[in-house]
Design a protein around this ligand. Structure first.
Ligand code: ADP
Ligand code: ADP
Length: 223
């Protein structure tokens, strides 16, 4: 059964239809890419799937729950686009705080913070102030924050948009490690190169509509 399921999801802002009757499903354990130009509706779709934007019409289920259902909250991680972290905390403090928000107590929260720092390749940087992190490090720390509650599904909105090629490669490797661990990853991107390097399946979105979906090789070979 699909772990992410959208049925006719629609979001209208005034006269603007950001998403129009979007249907898609993602199998557990896959890296799924939502590919499309800026303004296509990617962020809006993800915000509906994580329960931040209420759809105008249609419905969704993620890990067995409606996105608004708080029983599903521990199943889902989310890294918003252009995520900014609080600079006056140390990396490890920030993650410990997120771990507490995710329901872990004192020692378990610090332990989990150390684990996710390691996972994103920042094990040696936890005692530095986030303000002193490079963009790439901040992006990986944001990813660590999204993973701290050990979610089954993680939604990443343009996670490499501010990064150089090395930063992109690091994020790519983290995504593959997540897949290895059985997680489901939903990746928004406007870059074909990014999607084709890691994604098992892709949907192409344009002007709020899914215009194609499947394995990338199938889409590229044309109708
Ligand atoms: P709502 O979801 O009720 O429209 P928001 O707080 O998201 O409220 O946005 C308030 C207003 O700001 C919107 O109605 C829109 O005019 C503008 N706005 C916000 N985000 C965007 C965006 N990404 N693109 C265009 N306009 C936006
Ligand atoms: P993408 O993530 O693909 O760049 P978005 O989902 O951010 O696309 O935006 C899709 C369309 O919906 C855009 O035209 C954008 O301006 C509009 N939009 C997004 N959020 C809002 C909002 N809160 N209010 C009004 N318009 C919005």
């Amino acid at each position: 059964m699909a772990i992410i399921e959208a049925r006719n999801l629609t979001k209208v802002y005034g006269r603007q239809t950001a998403c129009r009757e979007i249907c898609l499903s993602v199998e557990e354990g896959q890296i799924f890419g939502l590919l499309g130009p800026n303004g296509a509706g990617k962020s809006t779709l993800v915000k509906m799937l994580v329960g931040l934007v209420y759809p105008t019409a249609g419905e969704a289920r993620v890990a067995g729950y409606s996105p608004q259902d708080i029983r599903g909250r521990r199943q889902v991680g989310f890294l918003p686009e252009n995520f900014r972290l609080h600079g006056w905390l140390k990396g490890e403090e920030l993650l410990t705080f997120h771990a507490r928000l995710a329901g872990l107590d004192g020692r378990a929260a610090s332990r989990r913070a150390a684990e996710v720092l390691e996972l994103v390749g920042l094990a040696g940087e936890g005692q530095k102030l986030v303000a002193n992190y490079s963009k790439g490090m901040q992006q990986r720390l944001g990813l660590a924050a999204a993973l701290v509650g050990d979610p089954r599904v993680v939604f990443l909105d343009e996670p490499t948009s501010a990064l150089d090629p090395l930063g992109r490669r690091q994020v790519r490797q983290i995504l593959l490690a997540l897949k290895e661990a059985g997680k489901t990853v939903f990746l928004n991107s406007h870059l074909l190169s990014e999607v084709e390097q890691v994604c098992d399946r892709v949907a192409i979105i344009n002007r709020g509509m899914v215009v194609a979906s499947g394995r990338l090789v199938e889409l590229q070979s044309g109708p």
